[in-house]
Each structure stands twice: as C-alpha cells, then as structure tokens.
Design a protein around this ligand. Structure first.
Ligand code: HEM
Length: 474
C-alpha cells in the first residue's frame, strides 16, 4: 500500500536538519545546566518572557523583575529574544561585573543601537580605543573644566531659558532637551543656539527615540529607517564642521572638535564623528530627563518643593543677582538630595554585558556568550537597600550621605561603574542643580494635563510633560 502523501527529498532534508539543530540545542542546554546556571526559566526561548519584558515600557523594568526575584532570587536566568540571559538585581554582583569590563565581560548592545550610533559609538567600542576616548571625555568634563568653564556657561543658558518660559505654556521635556543639547553643541562644535540647533534637536530625537530598542528594519516608514536618516543628516553636519576647520586651520576655536583635530596622533574622521555624536546624545538626553522627572516629583511633593525653595532662596539672596559661584553650588545640599533621589527612581534602568568566557560567581557559572542584564532599577528599588524604596523621599539622603563609599558604590549606580563609569556624571549633576535653582527661585508652575511616563528603556513622558509657568510672586 502506498503512503497517503509523499515527502519530497528537500522536505526530508529540511526536517532532518531541523531535528539535528533541535538536538544540538538540547544537548547544549543540558550541558549548560550541568554548569550550574543561576536558577530561572531555562530551556527553549520562552515567548511569555519576551512578552512580559516587552511590557516593561509601560510598567518599568522593576515590574518585570519583582515576581521573578521572589521566585528565583536576585540573580536569575531567562531567555530573552532568543538568547539566554542572566538578570541581576544583586548590588555586589553588578558592581563586580562592571569592574571586570574588558576582562570577563564586555558591554553589549542590540544591532539597531550600534547602527544608529555608528561603528565607533562609545558603547560599541572596546579595548584601547574605548580607553582613549574615555580619557578624552574625562578630560573634557573633569571638575577643573566644570569650575572654570561649564558653571558659567550652564548658568547663563539656563537663566535665559527659564526667563523665556515665564507666562507661557510649554512642553517641559522638549524645552529641556533642546536647552541641554544647545549647551552640548556649543561645547563640542562651537555652534551657538539657533534655529539650526533646533533642527538638530529634532534630528537627535529621531536619531535616538526612534532608533533605540526598535527592530532594525531598513525600510521607508519604519522607526529604524527614520533614525538612520537622522544619523545621515547629523554625520553630514559634523563632517561639514571638520572640513571648515581644516580649511581655516589658522582660526582657533574653543571646542572639543578643534582639540581632537589638533591632536598629534589624530583619530580617523569616522571615529571623531561617532564620538562627537555619542557625546552630544549622552550629554543631553539623560540630564534633561532627570530635570523633567525632578520637576514631576516636586510637583507632587509640596514639602520637598518648599524645602528646596528655602535652600535656593537663601543662596539667591546671598548672591544678590550676581553669578553663582562654585561654593554656592557646593552648598546646595538639599538640591543634591533631590537630584540623587530622582536619579535613584528615574535614572538608567539597566546596563547590558556579555560574558567573554565561562565565569564562576556566587556559586553559579555564567557560560561564555550569555547576555547579562544588570538591573540598576532592581537595585535602586530594593527594600533591602532603601526604606520604602518606591517613595520619592529626598530626606533619605541625609543618612545615606553618611554611609560608607563601597556600600554606596554598589547600591547607587545611576552612572554605571568600572571602566565605563559615566564621564559626564559631575556635569549632569551640576546642570540639574542649576536648573532647579533657577526654576524654583524664579517661577512656579502647574501641570496643564496629566501625562503618563513610559518607563523603559529610558523614562520618558508621552506628551512631553506640558506645564504653564508663572512668575514666582503671583
Ligand atoms: C543624568 C545624566 C546621566 C546619566 C544618568 C548617565 C548614565 C550613564 C551610564 C549608566 C553610563 C554607563 C553605560 C554602560 O556602562 O553601559 C554612561 C556612560 C557614558 N556617559 Fe553618561 N550619563 C549621564 C550624563 C552624561 C553626560 C552629561 C555626558 C557627556 C557630556 C555623558 C557621557 C557618557 C559617555 C561618553 C559614556 C560612555 C563611557 C564609556 O563607555 O567609556 N553622560 N552614562
């Protein structure tokens, strides 16, 4: 009797191949199990995990972490987007991973990220080049530069902008992004605030908001395509600046680009372009986000706003309309607590690394090639680390400020750690503090409508946080 259906040779070959791949994967997973992975959902890629993780934009990474931490502990294994992933909300483990950057682990980002930020975007480069550019960034943003240079620039730009808002209804998130981008563009490329910088701000919004975390589908109409177009425009703009500087090398310009071009061992043009674009992005996107989230918290916490006003009114009275000094800035203690508390609640959610070899830690083995998500959000909202961790409470820093540095270096890491510790951390804190100083001493504000925050991959208000700004005395 003949079979009711017949299989072609290609079908049989395909089925045999598929079974082989399945078997190899099973053997590999069994082998990895024998390696004592952290507990969790091991096995085939789990669709449910991907769906829950993808819901993080609405609820935040913490929402994804909580039930899994209760079940498996602070370090657990899962499969995300077809890849075995170890997620850690363990402060000491995270600190140790960050300290072993380039040795046992390396920074790892999705393909879309490296295409949008370029081959030489800071987080895509490793080894000597990363160390060199990290050094250049530290040099540009060190405390001496902040005192001698940034303090006055930041103050003047923020003072002008805050006064322009009075009496108007504004989308605070967009205003802050443009304001901080203007500051970065001035420092990096010596371009003054102008309509052109506003256009660049829009391009940066497309460049990053559209491109990060989306599927790399290079097709007109997709978010990724829009991001690549924005990248093209920005690359062309930086290259134009390089050409102009080369043609007029006798004119000295006070910006980072000129310094990079004058170096004895000059970096290749494409490295310079990606470095400048990364700094411009990293330097405005994050600080402006902390500013808008600080305002959100203060809007909802009149006692904290009152205390912040008292501190800053006293400083404003002392300076009698003059410029803020470094000592004034250093004396803003409660302001610093507000900034730290906002960074704790609304800073970076996670950092991603990959194991460069089989790594043993905490009685587990993390196999080579495994993705590791360092869940900063999980550490910052862990009740073992902070009392009532979900509450906005700047006063908690009164006692936290006194805690030992190694402990704080592990449980408070809004700027990462190790070889990739954010070189802009001090500038960011300065910018947010001066912004709060001018805002609370000159204005009051009210929300125009409720706005919802997306929490992940970076916290962001859907409608741009619309507020109406009034002069302070009314
Ligand atoms: C509140 C504001 C900011 C936050 C929360 C923040 C956070 C971070 C974090 C968590 C990292 C580490 C990424 C990783 O290890 O995977 C990082 C790296 C970096 N940040 Fe920031 N950042 C801020 C502001 C800035 C500013 C103002 C600049 C520059 C003007 C800057 C420049 C950089 C650069 C260049 C890196 C890459 C360092 C490297 O890989 O060597 N950041 N930032």
């Amino acid at each position: 009797m003949a079979f009711p259906f017949s299989l072609s040779f290609e079908c049989i070959l395909l089925l045999t191949l598929a079974s082989l791949v399945f078997l190899i994967a099973l053997i590999k997973l069994a082998g990895d199990d024998a390696k004592n992975l952290p507990p969790g959902r091991q096995g085939w890629p789990l669709v449910r995990e991907n769906i829950s993780f993808s819901a993080a934009p609405r609820h935040g990474l913490f929402h994804f972490l909580q039930p899994r931490i209760s079940k498996y502990g602070k370090i657990f294994t899962t499969h995300l987007f077809g890849k075995r992933t170890v997620i850690s909300a363990d402060a000491n483990f995270n600190k140790w991973v960050l300290q072993n950057e380039g040795k046992l682990f390396k920074a790892k980002f999705p393909k879309a990220f490296s295409e949008v930020f370029g081959k030489y975007g800071m987080l895509s480069i490793h080894g000597d080049l990363q160390r060199k550019l990290h050094g250049v960034a530290i040099n540009l943003l060190g405390q001496d530069k902040l005192k001698a240079h940034f303090l006055a620039e930041v103050e003047s730009m923020i003072r002008t902008r805050v006064h322009q808002w009075v009496g108007r209804e504004i989308l605070l998130q967009n205003e802050l992004r443009t304001m901080v981008l203007e500051l970065m563009v001035k420092q990096l490329l010596d371009i003054d605030p102008s309509e052109e910088v506003k256009v660049m701000a829009k391009e940066f919004r497309d460049f990053t908001s559209s491109g990060i975390g989306c599927l790399p589908i290079r097709f007109p109409g997709t978010r990724f395509y829009r991001a690549l177009k924005a990248r093209e425009a920005l690359v062309a703009r930086v290259k134009k600046e390089i050409k102009e500087r080369e043609e007029h090398s006798e004119v000295s310009r006070p910006d980072l680009l000129s310094r990079l071009l004058k170096e004895d061992s000059r970096l290749p043009e494409e490295v310079i372009v990606d470095f400048i674009l990364f700094l411009a992005h990293a330097g405005h996107h994050t600080s402006s986000r902390v500013m808008v989230f600080a305002v959100k918290h203060l809007t909802e916490d009149p006692a904290a706003l009152q205390k912040l006003r008292e501190e800053n009114d006293a400083i404003a009275k002392k300076r009698e309309g003059g410029k803020l000094t470094w000592e004034d800035y250093k004396s803003m203690q409660f302001t610093r607590w507000v900034v730290s508390e906002t960074l704790r609640l609304d800073g970076a959610s996670m950092l991603v690394r990959e194991a460069l070899e089989d790594v043993s830690a905490n009685n587990y083995v993390v196999p080579k090639g495994t993705s590791i998500i360092l869940a900063i959000d999980g550490v910052h909202k862990d009740k073992d680390n902070y009392i009532s961790p979900l509450a906005f409470n700047p006063w908690r820093w009164q006692s936290l400020d006194l805690k030992e540095k190694p402990l704080m270096d592990a449980i408070f890491t809004p700027f990462g750690g190790g070889a990739r510790l954010c070189p802009g951390a001090q500038l960011a804190q300065l910018e947010v503090s001066i912004f709060l100083h001018y805002l609370v001493t000159n204005c009051r504000w009210e929300k125009v409508k409720e706005d919802q925050a997306m929490r992940f991959p970076t916290p962001l208000f859907i409608h741009g946080f619309p507020v109406r700004v009034y002069p302070r005395e009314t």
